[in-house]
Design a protein around this ligand. Structure first.
Ligand SMILES: [Zn+2]
Length: 180
């Protein structure tokens, strides 16, 4: 029996008012063009998320289930696989990812992958957070080094091998000529 077994309803803490939310949702079936005319699916239904380690369906839980000692995370939503100790957070409610805030940020990560991603971010983020270069430029450089499309260059979605490559690239940048 999962700790959080009841369905999660659209959050009352959405950043838009109920009326605005109603207006935005009205006439927006699960697949439609948005007001910008972009071909973006409006995900107002809960996605099916499974664990990449064991392939079983993940469960949607609140942050207090995972981060008991982090009250600021208690209201947030996470997909988790308890047996694997794997989880991932959710996108904030928005038009592209739906207003129920259940769209996962990426795939579920276990403790080892979470550490690898944290290390990669810790090494990479200072390149743009320091103002040395723009965030876009930094990711463009990283994507080029990784030989992937910049659109696919999201550390949150990388596996451990990719995170390790990010680490190597950043260390080379730090002690060499670097990007930009
Ligand atoms: Zn699992």
């Amino acid at each position: 029996m999962p700790v959080w077994s009841s369905p999660i309803n659209p959050s009352p803490s959405l950043s838009v008012s109920n009326q605005t939310q109603h207006d935005l949702l009205r006439g927006s079936p699960s697949s439609s063009l948005n007001t910008l005319g972009c071909d973006v699916e409006v995900a107002d239904h809960r996605p099916a998320v499974s664990c990449p380690y064991c392939n079983t369906p993940a469960e949607l839980v609140r942050g207090d289930v995972i981060y008991r000692g982090r009250p600021e995370l208690h209201a947030k939503r996470f997909w988790r696989c308890a047996p694997c100790g794997a989880h991932v957070g959710c996108h904030a409610p928005n038009r592209r990812f739906g207003y129920d805030g259940t769209q996962p940020l990426g795939r579920l990560a276990n403790a080892s992958l979470r550490k690898a991603k944290a290390r990669a971010h810790a090494l990479f983020d200072p390149f743009w957070k320091s103002g040395r270069m723009s965030r876009v430029d930094a990711y463009t450089w990283l994507a080029r080094e990784l030989r992937i499309d910049v659109e696919a260059c999201h550390i949150g979605e990388f596996d451990e091998a990719m995170c390790n490559r990010v680490e190597e690239i950043c260390k080379r940048w730090m002690f060499g000529p670097g990007p930009g």
